[in-house]
Design a binder for this molecule. Structure first.
Ligand SMILES: Cc1cc2nc3c(=O)[nH]c(=O)nc-3n(C[C@H](O)[C@H](O)[C@H](O)COP(=O)(O)O)c2cc1C
Length: 188
């Protein structure tokens, strides 16, 4: 296994400002097929992917707006555009969600974790193809109202909205990850 791959992982950073191009459908297939090799207890493949692009991004904008209105019912309608616009911060949004099933050995949390692992693999795949992404969620992603708006089943949970495209700014390498403070070897 090439050590260059480890260096590639080490250089990974999120890209907050993104523009076209985003992956085309063939590139998405390749990237998400690779993401589907995430660690997966019970081979359940709990992850699901949905790519929103073009005007379909308004469907994501709608969840931001409806969540804001649920929080602050008196929000005037003329504020809607500002919320919907948030979904247009990148040319594509990859929604990664989990289809959670009852399983005697694989609890719900592990299925969500496997889905998060697939999301991280997707981020690496985007980078490898010369694109960039940033994983964004927030309270709007985790409500029943949002699940209904997005047409998710009761057993499905949003894990991440990954904004994707081509970085428009130079990405800044992270010099210190703080590993020395976070790593313990237990030898005996
Ligand atoms: C589960 C999860 C949710 C996140 N949600 C947001 C978010 O809503 N908004 C945001 O700006 N960053 C969010 N982030 C952080 C960014 O994706 C990113 O990791 C952060 O900006 C640090 O950049 P880096 O990945 O280059 O270190 C989230 C990360 C994770 C793992």
């Amino acid at each position: 296994m090439s050590k260059e791959f480890v260096s590639f992982m080490r250089r990974r950073v999120s890209a907050a400002t993104l523009d076209i191009p985003a992956p085309n459908k063939a590139e998405w297939r390749t990237i998400l097929d690779a993401a589907s090799r995430a660690a997966d207890h019970g081979n359940l493949k709990p992850w699901r992917f949905r790519v929103y692009q073009g005007e379909a991004r308004a469907q994501i904008g709608e969840i931001y707006w409806q969540h804001a209105k649920a929080e602050v019912p008196e929000l005037p309608e003329d504020k809607k555009a500002g919320f919907v616009k948030k979904a247009y911060r990148a040319p594509a949004i990859l929604m990664v969600y989990a289809n959670v099933v009852e399983h005697p050995k694989v609890p719900r949390d592990e299925q969500i974790m496997a889905t998060a692992a697939a999301a991280q693999q997707a981020l690496l795949g985007l980078d490898a193809y010369g694109f960039g992404g940033i994983w964004r969620t927030g309270p709007a992603c985790f409500t029943e109202q949002t699940k209904q708006l997005l047409g998710l089943a009761p057993n499905e949970e949003v894990v991440g909205l990954i904004y994707c495209g081509t970085p428009t700014q130079d990405l800044v390498y992270v010099g210190d990850t703080g590993i020395d403070d976070r790593l313990t070897f237990v030898d005996e």
